[in-house]
Design a protein around this ligand. Structure first.
Ligand code: ADP
Ligand code: MG
Length: 697
């Protein structure tokens, strides 16, 4: 065993004030009080908070920390922190390191620069942060980070953590009701469990610095397809190159110190694209850890002379990056509720949870789609590399056959071998074939969990998981209402499952999601196909979806609108910023360069002719250059003109950006890319795709 691997268990979580550490460093009564506060979701009393704060501070100072920060997740989708040092004046010009329970559990920050979507009037600019004792504090760059929720004075959630915690409570409550119906009286909580696989690109920092578009927008706004793309498919799971290998090792070390269960790493489909997957944990922790992961991916890259791109589509014509959100429900006693069991009772329970999920996805498909709607993800969904914009569930052959036979009330034949009568109360063991991983499906059942594959690589996973949890809470709650009243549980359970599977089977699709024919078929089935962010976002504010959130106390109506407003404004802000960056690049780099190059070509034509030679090649080149340069210049003028008249109403502005600015940008791009392909390498002013993607990193 190497020295490294021997040290790993010690390294793991060494920068986390986790349960073990608390047990070690707190008095037994304080530790018990903390446990109770977590399990019963009750606030900590001040003396417990004081003791925890003192222990946390001592631990952090021993590890070299000098500051503390409430670490929170505003609605921007990234994390925010405000650092205060531990020092307190102790008289005589000396200081002591202090940290009180009050500072631990509650903070106040001037929050006027965070988006509130209209929730906070400008005169009420303060925001409050409160420790979420279900996530552990950790040390990052000499600061003790305390994961907190972020809310307004009036208690409105201004962040992505508070609603996620609410949704976890909601689904737990309703799932426990179902478990009781099946005679389970031991489980006290049901936990939403998540493992999120993260894709990313790594490129050389020196090249990155020469691309204004990458610096400003995280993606390339122009760039012709390189002679070689991903067609050889030699990158996927290929040998990891040494520079990337050492980056990944370093990243793992940093993540392990922070208690992130980074488990697998491999090359992805596109050149320079990679993936990291952690071991799943509860949804709240998974969400925190994914934020930490994204931050660390960028920081560690910098140390290696690399840049980590988390944008959904850094390069046109090359696969983009997503984040697979693997989601399931498990009891606090360790039972996975999406795992088919071995007894009829377990399988009936499994089928009920499965039915609730199918119904939920069908009824809230528009909302699930809305949670992954961003300008970056618009480049991926439906582009034959990621799932289409239509939400459907892949069940796999075996389970689909079971579902069919329940709906048709027919016997179920297992691969021609056995024929089994399907009645829920006599459910036979369900043979599971989870080898078929349909990569084209937006939501795939993979044996004991669902994999939501529409999430973009840069997104917080909080939004999608809030919807998954809440829709499950809704459906399980309705089922519980019905079955709790039943006099004949088995009969009514059978009837309910059959009824709901029949009503919602349209959402199940096992075929190829990239196929055009599926889009047609989906339309016939009445499924939503909200192709762009602009089509998808209005789902936030439909009566049906607002009712879902408000009835489970996940969001108030105002809180839903706040999120909708922020997404609408973010769309316009992103597209406008991209457009301004593109104009800047075209005016200051591309147009001057191609025009200079054009002059050289024209002079070349004259010189050859003066010598009495024909100038066929030079003339053709010069002509193409002149023509395309004019087209590009005109397209750039048009973009600039249109950008000046973006409507002031936020929704109109969003639609305008989608229908006018995006096509204008595409037009500019097409001319720029054509010019790139006819311009001598040394005359092109910025690194091209083959430099960025194939530099031997
Ligand atoms: P792959 O999808 O590449 O075949 P796995 O199925 O092993 O890989 O897991 C992918 C991700 O799903 C990992 O992050 C893993 O921890 C997570 N995962 C596994 N089981 C569950 C579960 N029951 N609930 C949520 N996530 C899970
Ligand atoms: Mg996967």
């Amino acid at each position: 065993m190497s020295k490294e691997s021997r040290r790993l268990p010690d390294l793991f979580g060494s920068m986390v004030f986790d349960e073990e550490t608390m047990k070690d460093r707190l008095s037994p009564s304080c530790y018990k009080a903390w446990k109770k506060s977590v399990s019963d979701s009750i606030p900590l009393d001040i003396s417990t908070a004081n003791e925890i704060a003192e222990a946390m501070k001592q631990w952090a100072v021993e590890k070299g920390a000098t500051h503390y920060t409430h670490w929170f997740q505003p609605m921007t989708g990234v994390t925010a922190e405000k650092h205060d040092s531990f020092i307190q004046p102790a008289g005589g010009g000396r200081v002591v390191m202090e940290f009180s329970g009050k500072e631990l559990v509650r903070g106040e920050s001037d929050a006027s620069s965070f988006p509130s979507g209209g929730l906070r009037a400008t005169f009420e600019a303060r925001g409050y942060t409160a420790w979420d004792p279900t996530s552990f504090a950790f040390i990052k760059e000499k600061s003790l980070c305390i994961p907190t929720i972020f809310c307004s004075y009036s208690g409105h959630a201004l962040d992505k953590k508070m609603p996620l915690l609410r949704s976890m409570d909601a689904v737990s409550k309703e799932a426990v009701r179902i478990l009781r119906l099946f005679g389970n009286n031991t489980a006290k909580r049901v936990i939403a469990q998540v493992g999120s696989e993260q894709e990313y690109f790594l490129i050389d920092k020196e090249l990155y610095k020469q691309r204004e578009d990458l610096i400003m927008t995280g993606r390339t706004l122009i760039g012709a397809k390189p002679p070689r793309g991903q067609e050889l498919e030699d990158h996927y799971y290929g040998a990891i190159r040494p520079r990337v290998q050492s980056y990944m090792q370093d990243l793992d070390n940093e993540l392990w110190k922070l208690g992130v269960l980074s488990k697998t790493k491999h090359n992805e489909v596109a050149p320079s694209q990679h993936e990291m997957a952690p071991i799943f944990t509860d949804a709240n922790m998974a969400c925190d850890q994914n934020q930490i992961t994204m931050e660390m991916m960028k920081k560690v890259a910098d140390r290696h002379g690399l840049v980590c791109l988390l944008h959904e589509k850094p390069f046109a014509g090359v696969n983009g990056s997503g984040k697979h959100d693997n989601w399931s429900l498990g009891t606090d006693t360790g039972e996975n509720l999406f795992k088919p069991g071995s007894t009829p009772r377990e399988n009936a329970q499994f089928l009920l949870f499965l039915t609730a999920f199918i119904k939920g996805v069908d009824e809230y498909q528009d909302m699930l789609r809305a949670t992954v709607a961003t300008p970056g993800n618009d480049h991926r969904l439906g582009a034959q590399e990621a799932p289409p914009a239509v939400v459907s569930i892949f069940m796999g052959e075996e389970l689909s056959a079971v579902i069919e036979s329940i709906i048709d009330d027919t016997a179920y034949t297992n691969a021609g071998k056995r024929t089994l009568a399907i009645g829920v109360d006599t459910m036979p063991p369900i043979p599971m074939d989870n080898t078929d991983r349909n990569r084209t499906s937006p939501m795939a059942f993979t044996g004991n969990k669902f994999e939501f594959r529409m999430v973009g690589s840069s997104l917080s996973i909080s939004g999608p998981n809030i919807v998954l949890n809440t829709m499950m809470a809704e459906e399980l709650g309705r089922f519980a209402d019905e079955l709790e009243k039943s006099d004949d549980f088995h009969h009514d359970l059978n009837a309910l499952i059959r009824r709901e599977l029949t009503a919602h089977k349209r959402i199940i699709f096992d075929g190829n999601g990239y196929d055009e024919a599926w889009i047609e078929e989906a339309k016939r089935r009445g499924l939503c196909n909200n192709i762009s962010t602009v089509d998808a976002l209005p789902a936030y504010i439909t009566d049906k979806n607002i009712e879902l959130f408000t009835s489970h106390s996940i969001y108030t109506r105002d809180e839903v609108y706040a999120r909708y407003n922020i997404h609408v404004e973010n769309y316009t802000a992103t597209i406008s910023m991209e457009a301004r960056t593109l104009i800047d690049m075209l005016r200051k780099e591309i147009l001057p360069a191609v025009s200079r190059y054009g002059s050289t070509l024209c002079r070349g034509v004259e010189k050859r002719k003066a010598l009495g030679f024909p100038a066929k090649y030079e003339e053709m080149n010069a002509l193409n250059n002149c023509m395309l340069t004019d087209c590009l210049s005109d397209a750039c003028d048009k973009l600039e003109k249109d950008l000046r008249i973006v409507p002031s109403d936020p929704e109109e502005a969003m639609r305008y950006c989608h229908t006018v600015i995006v096509p204008d940008m595409n037009e500019c791009r097409s001319f720029a890319d054509e010019l790139e392909s006819i311009t001598a390498r040394d005359a092109w002013p910025i690194p091209v795709y083959s430099d960025l993607l194939f530099s031997e990193i």
